[in-house]
Design a protein around this ligand. Structure first.
Ligand code: GLN
Ligand code: ZN
Length: 756
């Protein structure tokens, strides 16, 4: 029986974010379209040749994208919303980028398409928009072009296309059900697949991660129809699912007339037994055995033990669980991670190397790769027992957590009275969400400090001046509750990760977040402890500048967890509780230093929701418990705020309420306070700060429009439970925009007070 190896997709950004810089230079008018295309082509070529040299049997093409693979699919289908003025034919690069980013030129300004998270990853895709009478046409031949390009470079590839059912499932229809267009969409897919077959492609990887979702009847029927049609196009389809269990969808999946099926055996390992009995013997089975979502090195010897018996029975393809888009490119670029930790890690390049070792071990025998297997075993062993990871004291502390520790001393009404007695705030108290503009001056000072051109004392002095000036200005314009501005923070997760034990940081571990934007997620590798207070000095300095209360500002445990690469050797819930205890200590320290209000941001709580509904409650329970554990070490008269930056709460309101934050700020400016209706009908009991100023736009809102929003809010909630604040993200705006906007916001609050 044969064992071959496949890759499902390689990071597009390049080993040193070459694509990011090429894109930004092109957008900034500093380079030509030809130069951008040249950079892209050479990155693709390098990537293909690298995979060929590694001995990958199925090398992907069309995994490259200038911005986003969902947008590429939308363009392939010619489903270009009317506002971009597409006239048929091929979509050009200008139109493509207009869809991705909008355009702002005076005579021609259009908004970008909506962007949202790709399944439960931190990658964002552009949401397809479909309208009544939507037209489709083959408007991009990128899949074919890149297949041919690879071939010309001497590399036979397996093109990747996003499947029609997943694309339709991600699309938003305006007064129309996207699935009404299944036939139109299939007609284009047929053209694309036929053209690939004609060009000589044997296999096409067709990605249908929708298989790991709860499917409705329409989706199920669409799967049947789609693959009946597409299996007749002359290519062999590797129907590819990832990001979770197929579970009850397995009968549907295995009934489709496709030549191969790929499943994610990292997150979907529970599917394994059912798969073996249900996948037809003549279907090629591709097993995602290397974790494409996380940065841990595999235990290869153990994998061989496990795969060997199966490989004797049937042909197998071995692959990463999903595209490697979600991990950094190459561990070799890392200079500052401790060697003990480095040996536990594998980035995209290393994951492909692991596959190559697996193949050799399974086809030629373990002896051929004895050294590689031994190194892998040694690393796995070391990781299981390393004192850098396992800390007795943390385990003990976790075991000693009592339910009372996750409960404030008194119920909200008692706390609210105690807090008001101490804070004496007016009705409609005004505040902001935490950050103030990260000007180029601030970013430059940070970069200089990092490069050693500005010493720590000089940098601290600079930050103090920025902070003091910001506090002074807030006081001047009459804000009631001040913030220090977060100038000292590079990122709301990294800042804390760097001060906690148990985290490692990369210098080049970039992962695409959206378009040209990349993030470098911290690596949570070990038990978490807080060696010392993290924010108390900055808070104390800030509070010394003003009589008004300055909020202590923290990132919550769930958000730190969701925005990091996390341990796979213990449940996420355990890592989260460890983080909760560490941040709890910080909350208590801030209170002891005199902070009357402490905000614990949980920006990413909602996006951590599992893909399957049935798993939501378990997640929400431990996530909420972690937040409460963080927040409940303080006295009744200390006010706990939280902030969440999204606007879909309806289905998780009971959990939001269960967090029991004294005040919660949310994004609402763009949705005309609609969201508050849900809070009101749920009878959400605590205070809310609905954003009244949409910071996503450079526009300066008027007093009047903010008063109108507040009046709307007042319809839903009593005045003594409303705060007045902008949406989050002031750090992305300029002072010229922020200053007049907040002045107007304070004026709006005053008008509202006069109305009570
Ligand atoms: N306190 C952070 C800020 O104001 C919150 C950011 C966020 O919610 N994403 O920037
Ligand atoms: Zn936010």
């Amino acid at each position: 029986m044969s064992v071959t190896i496949a890759n499902l997709g390689f990071p597009r950004i390049g080993p040193n974010r070459e694509l990011k810089f090429a894109l930004e230079s092109f957008w900034g008018g500093r380079s030509s379209e030809a130069e951008l295309k040249e950079t892209a082509a050479s990155l693709r070529r390098e990537t293909w040749l690298k995979q060929k040299n590694l001995g990958i049997d199925y090398i992907p093409s069309n995994d490259f994208s200038f911005y986003d693979h969902v947008l590429d699919t939308t363009v392939m289908l010619g489903a270009v919303p009317e506002r971009y003025g597409f006239k048929g034919g091929k979509v050009d690069l200008a139109t493509y980028f207009a869809m991705a980013r909008g355009t702002t030129s005076a005579e021609n300004s259009v908004t970008a398409m909506e962007m949202t998270k790709w399944f439960d990853t931190n990658y964002h895709y552009m949401v397809p928009e479909l309208v009544k009478g939507q037209k489709f046409s083959l408007a991009s031949t990128k899949a074919l072009d890149l297949y041919n390009e690879a071939k010309a470079a001497g590399v036979e590839t397996r093109p990747v296309v996003l499947g029609p059912v997943t694309w339709l499932s991600l699309a938003k229809g305006r007064d129309v059900d996207p699935f009404d267009y299944l036939d139109d969409v299939l007609a284009i897919y047929t053209e694309v697949l036929t053209s690939l077959a004609k060009a000589g492609a044997k296999w096409v990887q067709i990605d249908e991660p929708a298989f790991v979702l709860d499917l409705n009847d329409k989706q199920r029927a669409a799967f049947k129809k789609a693959y009946d049609v597409l299996s007749k196009t002359g290519v062999s389809l590797m129907l590819t699912t990832y990001f979770g269990r197929v579970a009850e969808n397995i009968d549907l999946l295995t009934s489709l007339p496709v030549a191969g099926i790929h499943v994610d055996l990292i997150r979907g390992s529970d599917d394994y037994d059912a798969l073996l009995t249900k996948v037809r013997p003549d279907t090629v089975l591709s097993l995602g055995v290397i974790d494409g979502r996380n940065i841990w090195r595999a235990d290869l010897d153990a994998l061989v033990d496990w795969i060997e018996p199966l490989a004797e029975k049937r042909d197998l393809v071995l692959a990463p669980s999903c595209s490697l888009l979600h991990v950094p490119v190459d561990l070799k670029a890392e200079k500052k991670i401790d060697p003990e930790i480095t040996q536990w890690l594998a980035f995209a390049q290393q994951k492909l190397e692991e596959l190559a070792v697996l193949k050799t071990a399974l086809t030629k025998g373990r002896n051929e790769v004895a050294e590689e297997l031994a190194a892998s075993t040694k690393a796995a062993k070391n990781r299981r027992s390393s004192p850098r990871i396992h800390n007795e004291a943390v385990a003990k502390r976790l075991a000693a957590v009592t339910p009372d520790m996750a409960k404030r001393q008194s119920p909200y009404p008692v706390r609210a009275a105690a807090q008001q007695a101490k804070l004496n705030l007016p009705l409609y108290p005004t505040t902001t969400i935490g950050s103030f503009p990260q000007t180029s001056e601030v970013r430059q000072a940070r970069a200089k400090n990092r490069r050693g051109e500005l010493d720590n004392a000089g940098y601290t002095q600079f930050l103090r001046e920025q902070t003091a000036a910001t506090i002074c200005w807030q006081e001047e314009i009459g804000l009631d509750v001040l913030v220090h501005g977060e100038f000292e923070r590079n990122d709301m997760v990294q800042y804390f990760g760097e001060q906690l034990d148990g985290f490692a940081f990369t210098n080049n571990g970039w992962v695409q977040s959206y378009g040209s934007r990349c993030v470098r997620p911290p690596i949570l590798f070990g038990d978490v402890t807080r060696p010392k207070a993290m924010t108390v000095d900055w808070w104390s300095f800030s509070q010394q500048q003003s009589e008004k209360p300055v909020k202590g500002m923290l990132t919550g445990p769930v958000t730190i967890l969701n925005w990091s690469f996390v341990r796979n050797d213990q449940p996420r819930s355990v890592s989260c509780r460890q983080l909760a205890l560490a941040i709890r200590d910080e909350v208590v320290d801030l209170e002891a230093a005199g902070a009357k209000i402490i905000q614990i941001d949980e920006a990413a709580l909602r996006e951590g929701l599992p893909l399957r509904r049935a798993e939501w409650q378990t997640y929400l329970d431990w996530a909420v418990e972690s937040f409460r554990l963080t927040a409940s070490g303080v006295r009744d008269d200390t006010q706990i705020h939280s902030h969440m930056c999204y606007s879909e709460f309806n289905d998780i309101l009971p959990s939001i309420a269960a967090m029991d934050a004294d005040a919660l700020s949310i994004e609402t400016a763009r949705s005309q306070m609609e969201l508050l209706q849900a809070f009101a009908s749920y009878q959400y009991p605590n205070q809310i700060g609905p954003g009244v100023y949409d910071i996503h736009s450079p526009r300066i809102p008027s007093v009047e429009e903010m008063v109108n929003l507040l009046r709307l809010a007042r319809k839903y909630l009593p005045a003594d439970r409303l705060w007045v604040n902008p949406d989050c993200g002031l750090k992305t705006r300029r002072w010229e925009e922020v200053k007049p906007s907040l002045l107007a916001m304070v004026a709006a609050a005053k008008e509202m007070r006069a109305e009570e």
